[in-house]
Design a protein around this ligand. Sequence first.
Ligand SMILES: NC(=O)c1ccc[n+]([C@@H]2O[C@H](COP(=O)([O-])OP(=O)(O)OC[C@H]3O[C@@H](n4cnc5c(N)ncnc54)[C@H](O)[C@@H]3O)[C@@H](O)[C@H]2O)c1
Length: 507
Amino acid sequence: MTNTSTPSPFTTLGIVGTGAMGRGIAQLAAQAGLDVMLFDVKEGAVEEARAFVNGLWQRSADKQRITTQQASQYSERLIKADELSALAPCDIVIEAIVERLEAKQGLFSDLEAIVSQQAVLATNTSSLSVTAIAAACQYPERVIGFHFFNPVPLMKIAEVIPGLRTSNEVVQRVNALGKAMGHFTAQATDTPGFLVNHAGRAFGTEALRILGESVTNPATIDRIMVDQGGFRMGPFTLLDLTGLDVSHAVMESVYQQYYEEPRFRPSPLTRQRLAAGLLGRKTGEGFYRYIEGQQQIPEEPAIVPASPCPVWISREDPESADALAALVNAAGWPLETGARPTDQALCLLTPFGEDATTCALRQKLDAKQCVAVDMLAGLDKRRSLMATPLTQSHIVDAACSLLHHDGTPVSRLQDSNGFVLQRVIASIVNVGADIAQQGVADPATIDRAVELGLGYPFGPLRMGDHYGTTRIMTILNNLLEATGDPRYRPSPWLRRRAALHMPLTVA
Ligand SMILES: NC(=O)c1ccc[n+]([C@@H]2O[C@H](COP(=O)([O-])OP(=O)(O)OC[C@H]3O[C@@H](n4cnc5c(N)ncnc54)[C@H](O)[C@@H]3O)[C@@H](O)[C@H]2O)c1
């Protein structure tokens, strides 16, 4: 195979395995003008896939999104292959069969005896090594990962994963095909989880650690990540949607493939819940219960109004202190402005990565008076607070009432290093930064792929720049010091750029 500047387009695409993924890929390929040959070992599976995709096109035509003529043109491009050998004319075959190395290796060696020597063999694997699949082939340079997400037509991204021996020409041709199919193509190295599933490790595992430390319950963690973090859904709603049978296996697989990298360490909580059959939405109970498909979300505890008391605010972080002072003034509570609080004051602290206890003692304040407020995302949508185990209950009640004075929801957490939002955000940024450090993909690709593949409000590198890398470093370093857990060690990519006041998005 030779390198060309304009990659030559594919004309005939074979799909092996016409389940959830195969049929979606077939749909996009037919829409992009390719002839698509479908093969599946299961009796009737191809007919079912064709009927499914034809139904989608028919509905699009009914809604006048496409013409009836287009619908029938697309439909004519889907051709059933009765035998694997019927795929001989294909210049690319994408497999979407069972996720088993030997099955994929066996299929590709069978295909090598059928298709031409120039034909490309692409795998939609999520978790297997492309290089290992290619190793069973006579021409490993033609084998590539082409990883779509479910549902394929709606998730506008495909990862393009060259194995160690894949040729550049194949990479370029598959990239061009992905774009012609209407997707953003994220080229990434053949590493565990590739790009998107690697970047997605922090959200769930850190949330599970927070739950494992009894900082709060799943519904509160979800509310904080949605309201304060701007995520479309919280980590426990997501785990329930995916199902623990799938997500626990992915957590274990990526952790093991990275030789027990502490950043990816799964939680003992999910193993237990898996054993109990609490898989999530599909079994009617996971972290939430589902009645007739409706997620049952426990109500938030009511906040009882308290009479105003004097409020003193630590000025360690002046910007946070000013924002809190504005809130106290807006609520009409008396603000103490002395260097030290009086004995009656509610003392508000604004730690990053520290717990309320450490923050109070370090500032030589009386822990009985102290409450900490999470200022990472400001005070707009929701406010999270935590008290030391010594804080007097009337002081905690006063803090809840003050922060709730204008009706903004308040989450009260147990004392913990880094609240909920700080921990999860810092973990996402750190894992994203390490993906950049490892050269899995370039910074712009990392951010775009995560935004499209995981639906996060920002890619991890832009997220770090948005919240401030100095602050993310403070959170991680304080977590590392307090826990001794190397999962919180900052990635060199993050550490260097924070020290140099450079954006994380710059290579
Ligand atoms: N479902 C997802 O969210 C998702 C996302 C990305 C990647 N993937 C990967 O895509 C692949 C397919 O996943 P899916 O969810 O579409 O599975 P699925 O079970 O819906 O479909 C698999 C199809 O492959 C057929 N099949 C199995 N072995 C075969 C063989 N040897 N030859 C021909 N056909 C065979 C089955 O009959 C079935 O119709 C897996 O590798 C999976 O890891 C899945």
